[in-house]
Structures are given as C-alpha cells and as structure tokens.
Ligand binder design. Structure first.
Ligand code: SAH
Length: 254
C-alpha cells in the first residue's frame, strides 16, 4: 500500500482529519455574520470526512458542496450525511481544490478547515475568490505562528514540514492583499488539537499497525505523528491553527 493510501486508512475513521471543533466551526459561522434563514450556496473545500460540512448544513439554510481529493473521505461523508438526515443538503464530491467545479460568483460561502495549506494560503485565497459572490464570505483555518520569534527546534520543524507557515498578522495582510475584507480571526483552543484530533488519532495507532503489520511506511507514519504530538507538548505555545474569516466585499469589477 502506498503512503497516501496508508494515511487515508489511518484518518478515515475519525471525525476530523486536522485540529478543529464543532463549537469553533459554529463560532466562525457566527463571526461570518450570515443570516441563518437566508438560502445560501456554500462550499467546504478539502472537507475530509465532513465534520465542518455537517455543522454548516445544520446551522445555516445552506446547500453545501463538500469537495475532497480523497474518494474514501468523500464516501464516508456521504454515509455521515445520510445518517444525519442531511443528504439533501450536502453534496459530497471528489475534486481538486486547485480547480474546483464551481461557477464564478456562484457561492455565498467558502469554508475550508485545515486544507488550504495544500495550495498555500495566498494561492488558495487567490484561486477561490472568483467563485464568491460580491459580499460572499470565506472562512479558512491555517497553521500559523502565534509570535514573531520562536525557539529554533519548533522553527526548524515547521519550516521544513510547511514552508508556507506565517504569523497570524502576516496572514491577515495576505487576506487584505488578495482583496478580502477581514471580519474576524481567532486561534483554536488546545482541545481542538488534543481532544478532537490527536486523541482519536492516537487511539487508532495500534489497530492501524495491526492492519499493516511489517509495513515500514506504516510504522514511519505513526512515528511522524507521534513526533508531531510530542513537539506540540513542548512548543505548542508558538504555533496554532487560526480561523480567518473575511468577506469578498464589493469590488470595482462590479
Ligand atoms: N477539513 C477536514 C479535513 C482536513 S485534512 C477537517 O478539518 O477535518 C486536509 C484534507 O484536504 C484531506 O481530506 C485531503 O484529502 C484534502 N486534500 C489534500 N489535497 C487536496 C487537493 N489538492 N484537492 C482537494 N482536497 C485535497
């Protein structure tokens, strides 16, 4: 089994594939200042198994197109949506975030938790803005430095794992430069990492290693996840996931 298939197998059974929380998704929905009664078109890009798509469909009068490159995640979200009675509100589709299947100016809301890093924050913002209607809202989470300086060990880890990592202030500047109007920004609390993401992942390690006994790639994946968790325990104060909520605004093109 290839590394990608192994990663999908490790994460498939979990509610979330990155740090986050339903409460924080709801908080961001409030900060987006959308009328919960108004019918809207929403997209959840890099939806994984769909935790945020499910919250969006419940909290808003939204039709949610949930997009992910990984077919097993999309299939899992279809099951979850059907189980929650939300199949008519959530359309889960396989697709690439670099070329999403949306028409220009067709979306009132673009959501993306823990996924825009696959394109890079600025590149994702630039690529997705045309799909928003005037006044439409974007809400994304992104791994971010929480200070201007940090210890060398944590600096070295994340600049190697994700060279695109920037401070919260730099990312707000990027939003503005890409033509968005920031509405709000908050850093996810620690339970979004430990309780909601790392604990369920850790609980699945033994069964995962059983399913792939003798597979060196599988062992390496678990070791890398454990190293990331240990780094968080030592240096978690220096980085976090921040929610960035911004409006496309009215623009000069009309
Ligand atoms: N939003 C979910 C998943 C975050 S993990 C959550 O918060 O739980 C990042 C997701 O991005 C994965 O599901 C992965 O399959 C997806 N992904 C990675 N590259 C992608 C691409 N190029 N296009 C679409 N989805 C992609």
């Amino acid at each position: 089994m290839g590394t990608l298939e192994l990663l999908l197998d490790l994460h498939l059974r979990n509610d979330r594939q990155g740090p986050g929380g339903d409460e924080e998704t709801r908080r961001a929905i409030e900060l987006a200042r959308l009328d919960p009664a108004l019918p809207i078109e929403a997209a959840d890009i890099g939806c994984g198994t769909g935790a945020s798509a499910l919250v969006l469909a419940r909290a808003l009068n939204a039709r949610v197109t949930a997009l992910d490159a990984a077919e097993p995640f999309v299939a899992r979200l279809r099951e979850r949506a059907a189980g929650a009675g939300l199949a008519d509100r959530i359309e889960a589709r396989v697709g690439q975030m670099e070329s999403p299947p949306f028409r220009e100016r067709s979306l009132d809301l673009i959501w993306s938790e823990g996924a825009i890093y696959n394109m890079g924050f600025g590149a994702g913002l630039r690529a997705w803005r045309p799909f928003l209607r005037a006044g439409g809202v974007l809400a994304v989470t992104e791994l971010s430095w929480t200070t201007a300086q940090r210890p060398p060990e944590v600096e070295a880890h994340w600049t190697s794992e994700y060279p695109g990592i920037r401070t919260v202030a730099e990312n707000l500047g990027t939003l503005e430069r890409e033509g968005y109007h920031p509405l709000a920004c908050f850093v996810l609390p620690e339970n979004c990492w430990e309780q909601n993401y790392y604990a369920p992942l850790r609980a699945g390690f033994a069964a995962f290693l059983d399913r792939h006994a003798g597979d060196l790639d599988a062992a390496a994946i678990v070791a890398a996840e454990q190293a990331e968790m240990a780094l968080r325990a030592r240096h978690g104060a220096w980085y976090g996931y921040a929610f960035y909520i911004a409006s496309r605004g009215a623009d000069s093109e009309g």
